[in-house]
Design a protein around this ligand. Structure first.
Ligand SMILES: [Zn+2]
Length: 274
């Protein structure tokens, strides 16, 4: 199993970092976690794409995590040569999100159905809303969800992917919480979004300071990794994005709280799990 960071960025546009999304390449196919800005550009860089995703799994419905869901929805449709509805898992609200996405695309769907004689079906999705417990099981792959804490964004979930005895956790945006702790127990890898209060708080902009109360700091993420006994902590969705060459600073902040491997994500970084 591999975890491939497709987008290591945050809501703030960055020339080098796509929006948050992670691909987990399993023996049962590619699982896409979140659909941030530029997700399909980066998926192409990982030799994957919309028609190939075994499933899309959303951690929450904040715009930066779903910016390009509409692109995945459309490209799934137009690059498949038989009906191939997109399996989507996510917290309650996901069904309505897909309905609204299809409604937004109504003119485009009409144009393409009119233009392509061989395209005789509409795009579609099979949505399963999840909060806690088993999500999907196929072959040796098992995905589990648990509630996270990103209040006032509710509900939000994290995921644990297991394949042939190995496990990686996709935390999404959350402060430390029991649901995430449960997912992490004994996992080889934790992919965690993080922020830097030491850099953001002194700026004194309320719009930025607000971001701190519902995300984990680097130290929080490191302590979560330590409690779970995970092997590798991957820091992603970094706010503010580290300047090139400053990544080690982020590792140094985590180090006192976690003695495993610490990795600062960049786009298309591929990591073996186990
Ligand atoms: Zn969020």
């Amino acid at each position: 199993m591999q975890a491939i960071i497709l987008g290591s960025g945050s809501p703030l546009p960055d020339p080098d970092r796509a929006g948050p999304s992670t691909l987990v390449r399993t023996s049962a196919g590619d699982l896409l976690f979140d659909c941030g800005r530029g997700v399909l550009m980066r998926a192409a860089g990982a030799a994957s794409g919309a028609a190939a995703f075994r499933a899309v799994l959303l951690t929450h419905l904040h715009s930066d995590h779903i910016n390009d869901l509409n692109d995945v929805f459309t490209m799934r449709w137009v690059t498949s040569f038989a009906p191939n509805p997109l399996p989507v898992y996510g917290p309650p609200g996901t069904q309505e999100l897909l309905r609204a996405t299809e409604a937004m695309l109504a003119p485009d769907i009409g144009y393409r159905l009119t233009h392509h004689d061989d395209l005789q079906w509409r795009p579609g999705a099979v949505v399963v809303e999840v909060e806690d417990g088993p999500v999907l099981e196929t072959g040796t792959v098992r995905v589990t969800a648990a509630p996270t804490d990103h209040a006032p964004v509710r509900p939000t979930v994290g995921y644990r992917v297991e394949d042939d005895g190995h496990a990686v956790v996709i935390a999404g945006d959350t402060v430390p919480c029991p649901g995430l702790d449960a997912l992490c127990t004994g996992a080889e890898m934790l992919v965690h979004t993080v922020v830097r209060p030491d850099l953001i708080a002194p700026i004194g902009l309320p719009r930025l300071t607000d971001v701190l109360d519902y995300h984990s700091s680097v130290e929080d993420a490191a302590r979560t990794a330590a409690r779970g006994g995970v092997g590798t902590l991957v820091l992603t969705h970094m706010v503010p994005a580290p300047a090139p060459g400053a990544e080690d600073e982020w590792v140094e902040l985590a180090r006192p709280h976690f003695d495993g491997t610490i990795v600062v994500a960049r786009d298309l970084l591929a990591l073996d799990v186990g």
